[in-house]
Design a protein around this ligand. Structure first.
Ligand code: ATP
Length: 368
């Protein structure tokens, strides 16, 4: 439904001119939701604005539903109003002097469409019904919560009957509880309508929750892409591993390979784990282990635990994070138990869950 080839966008700065979007190739199949995920300034919003036609690219090609909306080679540029898209921004852009339904009707009554009131209202009510707000149609916009106002923006985008929905950080102005609810609502509507969607976020949990595919970006380029489960459980680069919250990283050397499993010698022990990419005996790697995949015990029952000392602990309500020094490395272990009873200076044995640890080549380039 969306095909992007060699997309480039440059912003001229005073000191440096660099590509905010630096040669992106991307295909979004019909009916799927992909997220553009990455740290601040990596080019997510610019990519979305280029698809929308709110910015003009410097080079490349964008096709929506098989039709070119931009092509530098063929000199094609279709304006934002002519593209078959609906856009929802971070700021809800809801007009305060109108009711919910008037907000949704407004674009249908203005611009090229100019639908008669009864038809515009019928279409607006259908869209409000889709986002679960039909009951509040006649409520003034300022009397709606932030989450409800954002759903109005979504309803307004849907009245265009777009082929593609573009969502730019639609949840970031909402507080935590509301954010989860509106996120679920957006995913439910997207799946119900089967509408092709691009969703921009810098929040990895949000990306995992809603995506068919996650596109991870850095410096205007795509670093890694894949289904949410793959990006979470089998990152192929250190950037992805760290961005997806795998905070423990231990340098090691491969001593044996067996398909995608490898034996690794670490400064304070050894383990067998999954390899990301091609590794051979002698390869230098970093082993990434999620905090929840490191267990702690006072006794070394298996004889394979790593000897360490508790430095400090942090309480999160549903779990404890224990920071344990093992040799020169400070490891974080997340324990979901009410009382573990370890404190500063206590000796412990650390055992990794070998099934979830991943060895990534130490020199793995982004995209690995
Ligand atoms: P964030 O999560 O902070 O919104 P992002 O990944 O969406 O970041 P973009 O907003 O796409 O990043 O910005 C990419 C780069 O382009 C940044 O370095 C930004 O400063 C620059 N940039 C974006 N818009 C403009 C502009 N209108 N003029 C100049 N530079 C810009």
């Amino acid at each position: 439904m969306i095909e992007i080839r060699g997309l480039i966008k440059r912003f001229d700065g005073k000191a440096v001119t660099r590509n905010a979007v630096d040669g992106i190739d991307l295909t979004v199949p019909e009916g799927e939701l992909v997220t553009l995920l990455g740290p601040s300034g990596c080019g997510k919003t610019t990519t979305l604005r280029l698809i929308a036609g709110l910015e003009r690219p410097d080079a490349g090609e964008i096709r929506i539903g098989g039709k070119a909306v931009y092509s530098s080679d063929d000199n094609v540029y279709v304006s934002v109003h002519q593209r078959p898209i609906g856009v929802v921004f971070q700021s809800y852009a809801v007009w305060p002097h109108m009711t919910a339904v008037q907000n949704v009707m407004f674009p249908l009554r203005s611009g090229q469409k100019k639908l008669p009131v009864p038809e515009a209202r019928r279409k607006a009510m259908e869209a409000l019904d889709l986002v679960g707000l039909a009951d509040l149609a006649d409520r003034p916009a300022p009397a709606l919560s932030g989450g409800q106002q954002q759903r109005i923006s979504l309803a307004r985008a849907l009245t265009r009957e777009p082929e593609v929905l573009l969502l730019d950080e639609p949840l970031s102005n909402l507080d935590k509880g509301l954010r989860d609810r509106v996120r679920d609502e957006i995913r439910a509507v997207q799946q119900r309508l089967g509408i092709t969607t691009v969703f921009v976020t810098h929040d990895q949990d949000e990306a995992l929750a809603v995506s068919d595919e996650v596109i991870l970006m850095e410096f205007g380029r795509i670093v890694e892409r894949g289904p949410a489960q793959q990006i979470y459980a089998r990152p192929r680069s250190e950037f992805t591993a760290r961005f997806m919250g795998i905070s423990n990283s231990i340098p090691g050397t491969v001593t044996a390979c067996d398909d995608d499993l490898v034996d690794i010698t670490l400064p304070h022990g050894s383990l067998r784990c999954v390899a990301a990419g091609d590794l051979e005996e002698g390869s230098q790697v970093n082993v990434f282990i999620r905090p929840e995949s490191l267990s702690l015990s006072r006794k070394d029952a298996t004889g394979k635990g790593w000897k360490g000392t508790v430095e400090f602990s942090i309480y999160h309500g549903d779990c404890w994070d224990y920071h344990v020094r093992v040799g020169d490395t400070l490891l974080r272990s997340r324990i979901y138990k009410e009382k573990v009873g370890l404190s500063h200076g206590d000796p412990v044995f650390v055992s990794p869950d070998e099934e979830t640890a991943i060895a990534i080549p130490a020199d793995a380039a982004p995209g690995g």
